[in-house]
Design a protein around this ligand. Structure first.
Ligand code: F6R
Ligand code: MG
Ligand code: MG
Length: 362
């Protein structure tokens, strides 16, 4: 049997209201487009988190397929048309180019794709986030695949005991490196702790089986001016030699601080929520993450299960809200507001220019 490709392509093409949610018409249009134009798809699922739409698609075209990327681009264009009619906020904001040029990467939307031989049973979890950036996945991916306090299988399961390989991507320089864990954990942590620059793009088993893929585009770096955080996605395969579904979800039980939130310029807790609660309104946030579980059946998407709906995540949510209250009290001070170099595409260059003659040597 040929390999299956799982593609998750996302974009913010207009908010309802402000930057909080996606208008239902847009989701209907996306479904209709994929149904009518997606002959090459095995299956698809359209979803949203906050103001972002995700197209979850299975097919046999491989990663970076022009056909699949064009389908996603055309779908987002059709949604943009309706977003413009409704005068939704920021209609078409993530479509940075005028016409499709072969690969949707670098054109605004976020992409995570993986190709693999479907196992006897293939559970996958697709994480989707709003009001944050790709580096937000670093800590949870480290926990899932390298931290025995999170993932019991790293100690107990002989097929996981040898650890995993992490591909780390430098978003500023466009370079990548592969770290072997646990051998090179301390080296890797130097980089992945700097979430604004380095992000974990892929995780493999030591036998080179793909286990996880994240979207790594940094739209504000691509656009050359600030247009919003990237609101990333992440695909994780689970079970039978890979972390269990529960180990994968456990990585979000202690809400970690991420960059994003209001104006993409603040640090706040990432709250694990059900799809229903994925409408970030307080100070345009705080950042949200949802987890959709699917079983694949010859590429058919059986699901989703709304995995963070579990009441066992209630205390993580409560803790996150307490952290959010505390962070808000800091107002425009770091570490609530991001450091200056993270604001480089907002007011900083203008302010520097305006005040340059008033700074005196002292
Ligand atoms: C965060 C986000 C929002 C906007 C904010 C201001 O990623 O998109 O917090 O930055 O609502 O938006 P504008 O400048 O369009 O009024
Ligand atoms: Mg938006
Ligand atoms: Mg968004």
């Amino acid at each position: 049997m040929s390999k299956i490709t799982l593609s998750v392509i996302k974009a913010d093409i207009g908010g309802y209201v402000g930057h909080t949610d996606v208008h239902p018409d847009l989701l209907e249009i996306a479904k209709k487009m994929l149904k009518e134009k997606g002959d090459m798809l095995i299956d698809f699922h359209v979803t949203r988190v906050g103001d972002d739409i995700q197209l979850i698609m299975t097919h046999r075209e491989g990663v970076d397929s022009e056909k699949i990327h064009k389908l996603a681009w055309d779908t987002f264009l059709a949604c943009t048309e309706r977003a413009r009619e409704l005068k939704l906020y920021g209609a078409g904001q993530d479509l940075l180019k005028d016409s499709f040029s072969g690969n949707i990467k670098g054109m605004g939307p976020g992409v995570a794709e993986m190709e693999f031989e479907e196992r006897k049973s293939e559970p996958v979890v697709i994480f989707i986030a709003d009001k944050t950036e790709p580096g937000a996945w670093n800590l949870p991916l480290y926990k899932m695949f390298a931290d025995p306090f999170n993932t019991a299988g790293l100690i107990i399961d002989p097929s996981m005991h040898q650890g995993f390989k992490f591909e780390v991507y430098d978003m500023y320089e466009g370079k990548k490196i592969v770290f072997n864990t646990p051998e090179e954990l301390y080296d890797m942590l130097v980089f992945i702790g700097a979430t604004g620059r380095y992000c974990i793009r892929k995780v493999y088993t030591k036998n080179n089986e793909i286990a996880a893929v994240s979207s790594t585009q940094r739209m504000n770096l691509m656009a050359g001016k600030y247009i919003g955080k990237d609101d990333p996605v992440l695909i994780v395969r689970c079970q039978n030699g890979l972390p269990a579904v529960g180990e994968v979800l456990e990585a979000f039980a202690n809400p970690h601080l991420v960059s994003g939130w209001m104006r993409g310029s603040h640090t706040g807790p990432m709250i694990p929520v059900s799809l229903e609660d994925a409408v970030p309104t307080r100070f345009d946030g705080p950042p949200r993450v949802c987890a959709l579980g699917f079983q694949l059946k010859e590429g058919k998407l059986i699901g989703p299960q709304d995995l963070f709906k579990d009441i066992a995540f209630d205390s993580a949510r409560k803790k996150a809200l307490e952290i959010a209250d505390y962070m808000r009290t800091l107002g425009p001070f770091e570490p609530h507001r991001l450091p200056l170099q993270e604001l480089e595409y907002t007011t900083l260059p203008h302010l520097m220019e305006k005040l340059k003659d008033r700074w005196e040597k002292d």
